[in-house]
Design a protein around this ligand. Structure first.
Ligand SMILES: N[C@@H](CCC(=O)N[C@@H](CS)C(=O)NCC(=O)O)C(=O)O
Length: 292
């Protein structure tokens, strides 16, 4: 019926407008490591991160540790997962890096090296640009890009993922997640384009850096990196938005919205068109979890 479809269209327009106004923030990135204490030691001693919290879930045979540069109610964190007895994972080719902003990349690289860390790219201007960067590898082989910048409230500044169709991904994260395209840069000499997607200034908050390598549409995901978590004021509405957008651009909901048994935090999760997982977490439930 005409009136029914008009109603539906109006409903989806409202949802797509709502997601742009929803109060959102990147909460944490979740990934697996082979030895929790080894990674905690590396991040605290080499990068100067703080161990924010730890939990053991023996009934499910795993432990978590949260690390970052400030309290989780206002800062991004890295959520490490250790599965009992599993000491090695495959990182795959799609995951890029986490990034840390620092005022002196040269000094940070020297500190990392002095503590036995592996430097895979010496400090110097990025190819095709002027920003000073370096790459170091953590004990599991996850890459950290060190980026030279002025002081920032959020040194843990990027999660980089490779995607097969940049325009599709930009549209997806704008519409399904309410992100903004903060910056896009093509680097034809090196045959790649990057897009910084996020909720606020890329120098003040964490952003998702999407990388498209010319002609490369497929990557392997491995089993090491898991997902990013983003806060929302309404997981139910969020899931309806994602559902709508996946019909147009691909991806799919992998967990219908609702409370996690036992913890009661409301979440919903989905895969983007490349298969990267995102979890949306109820903001006030998340704050309660931090108090517990
Ligand atoms: N092929 C690269 C494209 C992305 C890229 O090159 N990013 C820049 C940083 S924005 C980089 O890693 N440059 C390497 C260098 O300057 O040594 C990839 O997939 O990682």
């Amino acid at each position: 019926m005409a009136s029914g479809s008009e109603g539906e269209t109006a409903g989806s327009e409202n949802l797509l407008e709502w997601v742009q106004k929803d109060k959102r923030r990147f909460l944490h990135a979740v990934y697996r490591v082979g030895d929790l204490d080894r990674t905690i030691k590396f991040y605290t001693e080499c990068f100067g991160m703080k161990l924010l919290r730890k939990r053991d879930v023996p009934e499910e045979k795993y432990s978590n540790a949260f690390l970052g540069f400030g309290p989780e109610d206002s800062h991004f964190a890295l959520e490490l997962t250790y599965n009992y007895g599993v000491d090695k994972y495959d990182i795959g080719t799609g995951f890029g890096h986490f990034a840390i902003a620092t005022e002196d990349v040269y000094k940070l690289v020297e500190d990392v090296r002095a503590k036995g860390g592996k430097v895979t790219r010496e400090p110097g201007p990025v190819k095709g640009g002027t920003t000073v960067i370096a790459f170091v590898e953590d004990p599991d082989g996850y890459i950290f890009e060190l980026i030279q910048r002025g002081p920032t409230p959020e040194p843990l500044c990027q999660v980089m993922l490779r995607v097969g169709d940049l325009e599709r991904s930009i549209k997806f994260y704008e519409k399904a997640c309410g992100m903004k395209l903060l910056r896009k840069k093509d680097n034809p000499d090196y045959k790649y384009t990057i897009a910084m997607m996020g909720y606020a200034d890329e120098y003040e908050t964490t952003v998702l850096e999407l990388t498209y390598n010319y002609g490369v549409t497929e990557y392997t995901k491995g089993n090491a990196y898991a997902q990013v978590a983003i806060s929302t004021e309404d997981v139910y509405k969020s899931a309806r938005v994602v559902d709508l957008v996946t019909k147009e651009l691909g991806g799919k909901i992998t967990r219908q919205p609702g409370p996690i048994p036992g913890i009661n935090t409301k979440i919903t999760s989905f895969l983007d068109p490349d298969g990267w997982k995102v979890v949306l977490v109820d903001h006030s439930d998340f704050l309660k979890e931090l108090e517990a």
